[in-house]
Design a protein around this ligand. Structure first.
Ligand code: TYM
Length: 325
């Protein structure tokens, strides 16, 4: 099975990214093809600062490797190291109907807020389609918010194949995990940078991490009062790290009263530290080896590019453009 996914370097990864997507990258990395890339072309629609983008991209690579992405199995690369992808974007753009893009969330939401959208944001799903189609990807592990884009990708692939009368592109499928398709943030809404409700996976120190967990908003019930676990963000987040027995026990403590929110937060902090502790240690090691990380990205790009060139040639040929050997 050919697996592919991408993630934007627009800041530090949060629990939504990890449980919705990155966890799947790792589970699927021993497939025939497992291509994972850092979507720095896409990030240009929001990050417009040279040093910031370089830093975020480097951090993204280190974070993925620390979380268990194994470069001996998976191919990790930067999107912008594969220039063929922008060429394929153009080929696809020539047959993308406007209405298909007008209904895409990122653009629609920005317009609804009365904000000016640029052509980059509008055509963002076409670049994403090119990312997927250029590697003959069959399965795309993502969170729920990306499913619409994969539908657009299928539409474009189908349209191209029909117009040119050849099976140039494979139609990909989204892979979404039922329980973590839409990880909630510290306010119960979908965890998202733009909502200001995220918890980052990596923090500079355990103290800062603890502070972040302690800052999760709760209602103002006293320690003695019984509490409703299901309406509490701390409990909802604890689900990510707990076994069903642990959860039942925690829920019982909520309902019985006598447990303050501080205790629930301490529980969440302890579970998250247990879970991510090994990744924190790995990250501290990898930070000392920027050269090694860069080598991994370049080796990954060299491998991915071979496949991209093959598929792009197929597409150029189908359209009647020259093929470059
Ligand atoms: P991005 O960078 O916004 O998010 C990366 C991945 O994290 C998932 N995710 C979540 N999953 C569950 N709950 C949440 N609260 C949550 N927040 C984020 C996203 O669904 C995504 O899987 N356009 C893409 C990047 C991209 C891409 C691609 C993905 C570019 N080309 C080709 C797949 C294939 C994006 O902005 O993801």
């Amino acid at each position: 099975m050919k697996v592919l996914s991408g993630i934007q370097p627009t800041g530090r990864f949060h629990w939504g990214n990890y449980f919705g997507a990155i966890q799947q990258y790792i589970a699927l990395q021993d497939n025939e093809q497992a291509f994972y890339f850092i979507a720095d072309f896409h990030a240009l629609t929001t990050v417009r600062d040279r040093d910031l983008l370089k830093g975020f991209t480097q951090d993204a690579a280190i974070d993925l490797l620390s979380l268990g992405l194994n470069p001996e199995q998976a191919t990790l690369f930067r999107q912008s190291d594969i220039p063929e992808v922008t060429e394929l974007t153009w080929l696809l753009m020539t047959l993308t109907q406007m209405h298909l893009l007008e209904k895409c969330h990122a653009y629609k939401d920005k317009k609804a807020k009365g904000l000016a959208a640029d052509a980059g944001l509008f055509t963002y799903p076409v670049l994403m389609a090119a990312d997927i189609l250029i590697y003959d990807s069959e399965v795309v592990p993502v969170g729920l918010d990306q499913v619409q884009h994969i539908e657009v990708t299928r539409d474009l692939a189908q349209r191209f194949n029909t117009i040119y009368g050849r099976e140039v592109f494979v139609l990909p499928e989204a892979r979404v995990l039922e329980t973590t398709a839409k990880v909630p943030g510290t306010d119960g809404d979908k965890m998202s940078k733009s909502y200001g409700n995220i918890i980052e996976v990596f923090h500079p120190t355990p103290k800062k991490f603890r502070k972040k967990i302690m800052s999760i908003k709760t209602d103002s019930k006293t320690v003695e009062e019984p509490k409703d676990p299901e309406s509490c963000a701390v409990y909802t987040l604890a689900k990510l790290f707990s076994t069903s027995e642990q959860l039942e026990e925690l829920a019982a403590r909520y309902r019985a009263g006598g447990m303050g929110y501080g205790d629930a937060k301490q529980y969440l902090y302890d579970r998250a530290m247990d879970y991510f502790g090994p990744a924190f240690e790995k990250r501290a090691e990898l930070e000392q080896k920027p050269g090694e990380v860069e080598d991994i990205l370049q080796a990954g790009a060299a491998k991915a590019r071979v496949k991209a060139q093959e598929v792009l040639s197929r597409a150029r040929d189908a359209c009647g453009l020259a093929i470059h050997k």
